[in-house]
Write a protein that binds this ligand. Structure first.
Ligand code: URA
Ligand code: SF4
Length: 191
């Protein structure tokens, strides 16, 4: 199977998924979107209201900021792939629970295998925590490691991991936005 077929069959599995309680309240699952041949994969937290309505990642307020950040390094959505730790929206935008993450993360793992990005960019604490754990990087606070590019030795496929603050933190905070813009410059070389 080619990568397009693999992603389509994964999409079908996710649309039928009932592995955690979130299937009951979702309008649409949000699988992910973008290039399957990209070098760069972004991972957010979970769909919000607008994402659940449209079935697309980062289309609300955080998405607008994400687009600005991408554009600031000369990239467009079609140049990258973006998905989330959870594919269905937690009601009231609650934090993902450990059980939900455990149930849903095999889908993300499969997406990483299909796309084989050269760099994974985590957006926010939940993605940081999952990805750093998966690749056995030392868990550190986002405030101390944001924007730093970690290079993994002896690993097939992914070579770099970088943790960013979640774009939503910049919504009402210009200084956080400045930090994000600065940190995003560190991924510019990998497109
Ligand atoms: N926040 C996220 O983490 N993901 C989305 O898709 C939207 C908002
Ligand atoms: Fe399945 Fe993930 Fe949706 Fe839970 S959040 S129902 S595990 S696709």
């Amino acid at each position: 199977m080619g990568m397009i077929d693999e992603m389509n069959s994964l999409k079908q599995k996710i649309y039928l998924c009932k592995r955690c309680n979130l299937w009951k309240t979702r309008t649409n699952p949000v699988v992910g979107e973008g290039s399957l041949t990209t070098n760069i994969m972004f991972i957010g937290e979970a769909p919000g209201y607008n994402e659940d309505q449209q079935g697309k990642p980062f289309v609300g307020r955080a998405g607008k900021i994400f687009d600005e950040l991408l554009n600031s390094i000369g990239l467009k959505r079609k140049d990258i792939y973006i998905t989330n730790i959870l594919k269905c929206r937690p009601p009231d935008n609650a934090n993902p629970s450990p059980e939900q993450i455990k149930a849903c993360s095999p889908y993300l793992d499969e997406q990483i295998k299909i796309i084989q990005p050269k760099i994974i960019v985590t957006l926010g604490n939940f993605a940081l925590s999952y990805i750093f754990d998966k690749f056995r990087l030392k868990q550190e606070k986002i405030s101390s490691i944001h924007g730093r590019v970690f290079t993994l030795a002896n690993l097939v496929g992914i070579e770099k991991i970088v943790a960013m603050y979640h774009p939503a933190v910049a919504a009402y905070n210009p200084s956080m936005k400045a930090i994000l813009i600065k940190d995003f410059k560190n991924i510019g070389d990998y497109s």
